[in-house]
Design a protein around this ligand. Structure first.
Ligand code: ATP
Length: 238
C-alpha cells in the first residue's frame, strides 16, 4: 500500500494508437503542492485527464491506497479528486451561484456553509453571485472554476494551467490563494503549468515533463537553480 495520497507508477496514455505519456512515475503526498512543468504539447493535460479518469490509461494509479487506475471520472470525483480543467470549465450560461451548486452535485447534505466559505475566499464571486459566469473576467472565471471544484470538498485538487490567459498580477494572486487553501485545509494540489517562475516558487516539489517523459524532478528551489530548467523554462535567467 502507498503512503502517498496519490501514487502513479508506469502511467501510459494517449489517443487512439498514439501514445502520449510513456510510463510516468510521480506522487503527491498529503498536503503537498506538486507542479508538473512542461512546454506546449509535452503531455500535461493528458496527465491530468489520466488521473481524473477522462481517458484510457495503463499503469497503476493509487489514491489513499486504493487503485483508481480504471475508475471513471464520476468515481474519481467521489474518492476526493476534483479537477479544474484547462480553459476554466465553468458553465457560462449559469450564474456564479448555480456553478457552485453544480460543483457540489456529489456532496450529500447542506452545502450552504460551503458556498459562504467560497464567497469569503473570493469576495468578487459574492458580489457577482447572480451574474452569468460567462460575463465574468478571465481572473474571476478562474476563481469560480477553483471554487466550483472545491465545492466537492476534495483531498486533491488538479489544476490544469491556472495561469493561462491571465495577467501576471492576477496569476500571482491566484497562486497565493492556492497556497493559502493548502495551508488552511491541508488539501494537496497537483498543478500543471508552463509558467515555471511562479509555479516553482509556489510548489513543494516539481517534475519536468518533455514529450511524455519525466526528465527532471526536485524541490521548487532545486529546479529554479537547475541550469537546464533555467535555459528551457526561465528564459535562461538566473
Ligand atoms: P498545452 O500546454 O498545449 O495544453 P500539454 O502539455 O497539455 O500542452 P497535451 O494537451 O497533453 O499537452 O497534448 C500532448 C499531445 O497529445 C500533443 O501532441 C497533442 O497534439 C496530443 N493530443 C492532445 N489531445 C488530443 C486528442 N484529444 N486527440 C488526439 N491527440 C491529442
Amino acid at each position: 500500500m502507498s503512503e502517498n495520497l496519490l501514487e502513479v507508477r508506469g502511467l501510459s496514455a494517449g489517443y487512439g494508437q498514439i501514445e502520449v505519456l510513456h510510463s510516468l512515475d510521480f506522487h503527491v503526498a498529503d498536503g503537498e503542492i506538486v507542479v508538473i512543468l512542461g512546454a506546449n504539447g509535452a503531455g500535461k493535460t493528458t496527465t491530468m485527464r489520466s488521473v481524473s479518469g477522462m481517458i484510457q490509461r495503463s499503469g497503476d494509479v493509487l489514491f489513499d491506497g486504493n487503485r483508481i487506475g480504471s475508475a471513471r471520472p464520476d468515481a474519481v470525483l467521489r474518492v476526493g479528486i476534483s479537477q479544474v480543467p484547462q480553459g476554466r470549465g465553468t458553465f457560462t450560461d449559469l450564474t456564479v451561484e448555480d456553478n457552485l451548486r453544480a460543483g457540489a452535485y456529489s456532496v450529500k447534505g447542506s452545502i450552504a456553509a460551503d458556498i459562504d466559505r467560497w464567497y469569503d475566499v473570493f469576495p468578487r464571486l459574492a458580489e457577482r453571485r447572480d451574474q452569468r459566469a460567462g460575463s465574468l473576467s478571465g481572473g474571476e472565471q478562474q476563481m469560480l472554476a477553483i471554487a466550483r471544484a472545491m465545492m466537492n470538498r476534495p483531498k486533491l485538487l488538479l489544476c490544469d494551467e491556472p495561469s493561462l490567459g491571465l495577467a501576471p498580477i492576477i496569476t500571482q494572486n491566484l497562486f497565493k490563494i492556492l497556497g493559502e487553501l493548502r495551508d488552511e485545509m491541508g488539501m494537496a494540489l497537483l498543478v500543471v503549468e508552463q509558467n515555471a517562475g511562479l509555479s516553482l516558487q509556489l510548489c513543494d516539489r516539481a517534475y519536468v515533463l518533455e514529450t511524455g517523459h519525466i526528465v527532471a524532478s526536485g524541490t521548487g528551489d532545486e529546479l529554479l537553480n537547475d541550469d537546464t530548467v533555467k535555459q528551457a523554462y526561465l528564459g535562461g535567467a538566473g
